[in-house]
Design a protein. Structure first.
Ligand SMILES: Nc1nc2c(ncn2[C@@H]2O[C@H](COP(=O)(O)OP(=O)(O)OP(=O)(O)O)[C@@H](O)[C@H]2O)c(=O)[nH]1
Ligand SMILES: [Mg+2]
Length: 682
């Protein structure tokens, strides 16, 4: 299929991805304006874009979720997905990628953003998504494009293939030469570039750059290689075919230039997508969609709109679907489509039936989740992909501002996690606390804002409680006695308990060492209950663990003894005994594994040491050239906001995982402070 191929090519779905603040939302805006979907190109800083129209996005002047917008270019429908750049919101990007035909990686000539670029390219490479690079902000360029590519190349596993070279006018880039078309263009603001003659020095540069491009293409095309060796000019169509093929085979990453704010380079980008991005048939093939007459869709995102209820954004991979189509997941019924929507950011519009390749909103698929493969036939289609969110790294405890909202908050949590599966809500019964786990500080802040703005449940947040425990160091023997005689029936229970420490991790053990029936058998479970009760709140204020309590002696009264009385006696024994056992605080220690670009490894060591971490070692990160893995043991309290420091020391790309390892004694000033804080809170 050459560049000159005309006629419709079918609906496309393209993801706009890239490092934080590289210009994705602005590029979407430029595309929508250029294709006539909107009247005027809005601006991120003015809060007037389609991509960042949500209250949270406008507040923070950054994208905080995937936004979908459908437009028409040369008679074909295109849905663009504006993905957030921040790593904290990367799950939205990861869950749309499987279904797109191609991705446009919007990036800048900024060395600091190379690790972020690498991270994003890695996701595309791992998911086998063909991708272009759009080198944006060319209006600010202060170095040669070739130098910029050298800077960016280490982030990509495949060659970055320069397809356009800039035309300089003094210190500014005034236009570009398209190396495949062999045509020069001068940028016009918010208008198509103007074709100009290619001559003089620009022509020489074009020849050289074109040769470099063809050489790279020829690495995978013997015929082209021969033509180059024999100095034969390959036909233009052949060059375009090679560009398309090598993009689709993901063996090169073509690079285009532009400036989204001025809408420069946008038309060429659209044309490249039109001619070179895979079509729905190829994308369905990549995903392994079985051919048939059934509709098969992938759910890319779930929204809960305030007025319209639940909307599942889907890409139709095969078949057609409309109002009334019933869908199944591989395991259950997903629901019946109540309405089909055309997508334009926050604005959706009812439309008719959708065909294969289109990306639309389906109303009221009650049981569909983001990531689900849905099909309309009797025989459910197997799941096409599974994109698991990354393990969360930060948590906040959340409470409804007003008690009356408690029930509403439960429903809001369900919507919140349906919209963003990289958030997890955990109910901590021990502390009567609800904790939201997420991917970073901004991610959680936005989640809390959403609870208030989108679901109308204002919340307060604070740091979650650390899972401290306490134990004892010294064994003792103590009498726990409960005697009450206030007229009528009295209460009597008498126990002698031996309390002793157990090895770390043993938990709790109760031993019955009564001989001669001094405490009747039927009261002994009540004593154990009382002991367990007493251990819930030790002298330092925490649950007591790693102790054995033996009931060794006691006495009873034929009339006044009861389960209740023995329960109380057992508890009194523990409450009075524990302070004499040299109680000591225990804190949870986790094994932490940080991943970061190697130049930040020394900083990681410093951060870990500064947080009472014990470094266990570091290594190169497997499969990630230029990255390291640092392993350490670290107290849970110090992990709490560790991610904030890790991110700020790694331009946002460092991350970690951790798992519980053991409980360790904690003494001294830190322990005293924790105990005092606990007392103050009670
Ligand atoms: N000079 C210049 N600035 C640009 C260009 N494109 C975007 N910007 C600016 O870069 C900033 C970020 O733009 P956005 O479009 O929000 O970038 P983004 O990639 O969507 O950001 P996130 O979604 O938060 O990652 C804004 O201030 C834009 O005005 C460009 O071509 N030239
Ligand atoms: Mg954005």
């Amino acid at each position: 299929m050459g560049q000159n191929g005309t006629g419709p090519k079918g609906p496309r779905c393209i993801a706009l991805v890239g490092p934080f603040q590289s210009g994705k939302t602005t590029l979407l805006e430029a595309i929508l304006a250029r294709t006539g979907a909107i009247q005027r190109q809005g601006m991120v800083d003015a809060g007037t874009t389609v991509g960042d129209a949500s209250k949270e996005a406008r507040n923070h002047k950054m994208s905080v979720e995937a936004t979908f917008a459908t437009t028409t270019f040369m008679d074909d429908s295109y849905t663009f997905i504006d993905c957030p750049g921040s790593i904290e919101f990367i799950h939205d990007m990861r869950s749309v990628l499987p279904a797109v035909d191609a991705a446009v990686v919007v990036c800048e000539a900024d060395e600091k953003k190379v690790p972020q670029l690498q991270l994003i390219l890695r996701e595309l490479e791992d998911q086998n998504i063909p991708h272009f690079l759009f080198l944006n902000k060319i209006d600010k360029a202060d170095k040669r494009v070739r130098e910029t590519l050298k800077l960016l190349q280490p982030a990509s596993r495949v060659p970055l293939l320069l397809r356009q070279i800039p035309i300089w006018n003094g210190d500014l880039i005034a236009g570009f030469v398209d190396l495949a078309l062999e045509r020069a263009f001068v940028y016009k603001e918010h208008a198509p570039s103007e074709v100009v003659d290619l001559k003089g020095e620009d022509l020489d540069r074009e020849k050289e750059a074109r040769f470099t491009m063809l050489e790279t293409l020829a690495d995978h095309d013997d015929e082209l290689m021969e033509q180059l060796l024999e100095d034969i000019q390959p036909p233009r169509d052949k060059v375009f075919d090679d560009l398309a093929k090598e993009l689709r085979d993901r063996i090169v990453c073509p690079v285009l230039l532009g400036a989204a704010t001025r809408s420069n380079g946008v038309l060429r980008l659209l044309k490249a997508l039109r001619h070179e991005a895979p079509t729905i048939a190829e994308t369905a093939g990549r995903l392994g969609v079985k051919a048939g007459t059934d509709a098969v869709v992938l759910v890319l995102k779930t929204f809960h709109t305030t007025h319209g209820g639940k909307m599942s954004v889907v890409r139709l991979l095969a078949g057609t679907a409309g109002d009334g189509t019933t869908f199944n997941t591989p395991t259950t019924e997903a629901g019946r489509v109540a309405a089909v929507f055309k997508l334009m950011g926050q604005h959706v519009e009812k439309r008719g039936q959708a065909i294969a390749g289109e990306t639309v909103g389906f109303g009221k698929l009650d049981h569909a989740k983001t990531g689900d493969t849905l099909s309309s036939g009797k025989q459910a289609h197997a799941s096409l992909t599974e994109v698991k969110p990354y393990a969360p790294v930060l948590a906040i405890a959340v409470q409804a501002k007003e008690r009356k909202d408690d029930v509403k908050l439960g429903a809001a949590f369900t919507k919140l996690t349906e919209e963003d599966p990289s958030l997890t809500v955990v109910h901590n019964a021990e502390n009567h606390e609800v904790v939201i786990w997420g991917q970073g500080e901004m991610h959680l802040r936005v989640a809390a804002e959403r609870l208030g703005d989108r679901y109308a449940v204002p919340v307060t947040t604070r740091s979650p409680t650390v899972g401290y425990r306490e134990t004892i160091r010294k064994p003792i023997s103590i009498r726990g006695r409960h005697k009450k005689q206030s007229g009528g029936h009295g209460q009597f229970g008498d126990t002698v308990l031996e309390i002793r420490p157990l090895p770390r991790g043993s938990g709790f053990k109760f031993e019955d060492k009564i001989t001669g029936g001094v405490v009747p058998r039927n009261y002994i479970p009540a004593v154990e209950e009382g002991v367990i009760d007493g251990l819930k709140h030790g002298p330092l204020g925490f649950q007591v663990v790693d102790v054995a309590v033996a009931l060794v002696d006691g006495s009873y009264h034929t009339v006044d003894s009861s389960d209740m009385a023995f329960r109380t006696a057992g508890r009194i024994g523990i409450v009075e005994g524990l302070p004499q056992c040299q109680p000591v605080l225990l804190e949870p220690i986790h094994l932490v594994e940080i991943v970061c670009p190697s130049e930040a490894t020394a900083k990681m060591n410093a951060i870990l040491s500064g947080r009472r971490g014990q470094i266990l070692g570091f290594d190169t990160r497997e499969g990630w050239p230029g990255w390291d893995t640092v392993r350490a043991q670290m107290a849970e309290a110090e992990i709490g906001d560790l991610i904030i420091e890790v991110r700020s020391a790694t331009a946002g790309v460092g991350s970690f995982t951790y798992q519980f390892d053991h409980m360790a004694e904690l003494t001294g000033r830190t322990a005293d402070q924790i105990i005092a804080a606990r007392r103050a809170a009670e």
